[in-house]
Design a protein around this ligand. Structure first.
Ligand SMILES: NC(=O)C1=CN([C@@H]2O[C@H](COP(=O)(O)OP(=O)(O)OC[C@H]3O[C@@H](n4cnc5c(N)ncnc54)[C@H](O)[C@@H]3O)[C@@H](O)[C@H]2O)C=CC1
Ligand SMILES: O=C(O)[C@H]1O[C@H](OP(=O)(O)OP(=O)(O)OC[C@H]2O[C@@H](n3ccc(=O)[nH]c3=O)[C@H](O)[C@@H]2O)[C@H](O)[C@@H](O)[C@@H]1O
Length: 446
């Protein structure tokens, strides 16, 4: 089939590349000409493992094109995917300005029947608005499809090629066959429903995953006070198939471009129909507080923050991405420098993006985790990159001024700490001290 993909961010680029890999002819469009120029050279504007190889392969096999000429791309396609951003407005609602502009541009370019498929995450009812906008700009016939996206950054290609399910929302039953044909190379598990339910499935799924995270984080906070270990608790809970073991990793909370934005948008969607989504409001509150656990553990171990030197490991909101949107690191580093601390940061990929958003004379940018730790009073691990799991903890103890490691992602085991000589704080686990070469758990002390 011939596809135009409007917006070549994380979703548009990965979808475009994967649809091309399955033999479709795909034209990816973006307003940002610098992105398009890079992509034509098979250079990805985003960091996503494996993406450049697939761009290069699809370009070579002539199934993929990049352009900033939206009209031309729409005219040469049967199906148009909308994959532009839907960021938050200050009140939490989704900003639909980009989606409405894209819909208008598509409408104005149409030269015949098209299927317009929305991949962006949009509030319930938005696809009907998209239909109205397109109709304002064209007399051609068209259909609207809601096709929400469930990929995760960092594993976006394998999530797209091997999804758990594909959700399709339609209001014209004759589209059923075409939609199944387009998606069946990825999975047979295609759930076709009405458009409003498809839109809601996306928000409900993200909100439920965010709820699991805030739930386990609250359990972790209680574990610290009663002397239980949240990793053991999560393992035991996860053995029940009804609960499932995924998304029960306690830590400093969720970040990223989606969970924070989509939970707030769903609270607004409910509010617009006079429904107070109390549970989800608490999920958001718990998440906002959770990142400050890093700061309170620093205070607890070192006293005041003014003048201390802190190594920070990890800036991206999760490993394997350069995305720092809503990353806990932003608030944590900003709080540290406001309190007068000196911060040495390291991230394998995300340092440039972080520096564009937040810079300060108290921040030193380091090229290795060891350099970020050297001479510090403590190291705080904020992102569970594999790089940090491989650091020699005995060496870490020897380069730190005070041997304190605060692990916001529960990366290290008791055994590793036992041999490290470190005083170790994590989330929902007893404080551990390997100061004498032996780990002693200090249950309930943190
Ligand atoms: N990032 C993720 O992991 C996921 C994102 N989503 C949703 O997908 C949507 C897109 O997200 P991202 O890919 O992260 O966004 P992004 O911000 O990375 O990319 C959006 C792209 O659209 C381009 N654009 C905006 N208006 C345009 C127009 N009129 N014509 C052509 N290009 C235009 C921008 O220049 C930008 O490159 C959002 O609604 C998001 O919630 C859904 C699942 C996963
Ligand atoms: O709508 C979206 O954009 C996407 O949002 C999330 O994907 P993503 O934000 O890329 O990353 P996740 O792996 O879900 O992690 C989100 C955040 O939760 C945190 N997290 C995740 C899992 C966990 O057990 N604990 C935990 O704290 C991560 O550190 C990260 O900060 C969803 O997992 C995707 O299905 C969805 O498509």
């Amino acid at each position: 089939m011939k596809l135009a993909v409007i917006g070549t961010g994380y979703v548009g680029l990965v979808s475009g590349v994967c649809f091309a890999l399955k033999g479709n002819k795909v034209i990816c469009v973006d307003l940002a000409e610098d992105k398009i120029e890079k992509l034509k050279r098979a250079e990805s504007p985003i960091y996503e493992p494996g993406i450049e190889e697939l761009i290069e392969q699809n370009l070579r096999e002539e199934r993929l094109e990049f352009t900033s000429d939206l009209s031309d791309a729409v005219r040469r396609s049967d199906i148009v995917l909308l994959a532009v951003g839907t960021p938050s407005l200050p009140n939490g609602e989704a900003n639909l300005q980009y989606i409405e502009q894209a819909a208008a541009d598509v409408g104005a370019a149409m030269n015949g029947y098209k299927i317009i498929m929305t991949k962006s995450t949009v509030p319930v009812g938005t696809n009907e608005k998209i239909r109205e906008v397109v109709a304002r700009y064209t007399r051609q016939s068209f259909d609207i499809v809601s096709a929400p996206e469930f990929l995760r950054e960092g594993s976006a290609i394998s999530d797209t090629l091997h999804p758990d399910r594909i959700i399709i929302g339609i209001d014209n039953p004759s589209l059923h066959e075409t939609m199944v044909e387009l998606h069946q190379d990825f999975t047979d598990n295609i759930y076709v429903t009405d458009i409003r339910s498809a839109e809601m499935i996306k928000y409900a799924s993200n909100a439920f995953l965010a709820t699991k995270i805030s739930f386990i984080n609250e359990i972790a906070n209680i574990c610290e006070k009663v002397g239980a270990d949240v990793t053991n608790v999560a393992a035991g809970m996860g053995m029940d198939k009804r609960i499932g073991s995924s998304f029960l990793q306690a830590g400093i909370g969720y970040g990223g471009s989606c969970f924070p934005k989509d939970t707030n948008a769903l609270i607004q969607i409910a509010g617009n129909v006079d429904y107070e989504f109390k549970l989800l409001k608490s999920v958001v509150d718990v998440n906002s507080d959770q990142r400050y656990m890093m700061i309170s553990k620093l205070r607890e171990s070192l006293g005041q923050l003014n003048g201390i030197h802190v190594g920070v490991w990890g800036l991206s909101f999760k490993p394997n991405t350069d995305d720092i949107r809503e990353a806990p690191s932003l608030e944590i580093v900003e709080t540290l420098v406001k309190e007068g601390a000196f911060v040495k940061v390291h991230d394998p990929i995300a340092m440039d993006k972080f520096r564009e958003q937040f810079n300060h004379e108290h921040i030193q940018w380091c090229s290795t985790p060891e350099e970020a730790a050297l001479g510090c009073d403590a190291v705080c691990l904020l992102t569970d990159w594999d790089h940090y799991k491989q650091v020699d903890l005995r060496m870490l103890g020897s380069v730190l001024r005070k041997p304190i490691l605060i692990d916001g992602r529960n990366v290290f085991t008791e055994r590793q700490i036992a041999e490290s000589g470190l005083e170790y704080y994590s989330v929902g686990r007893p404080r551990m001290s390997g100061l004498n070469g032996l780990s002693s758990s200090v249950a309930g002390a943190v």
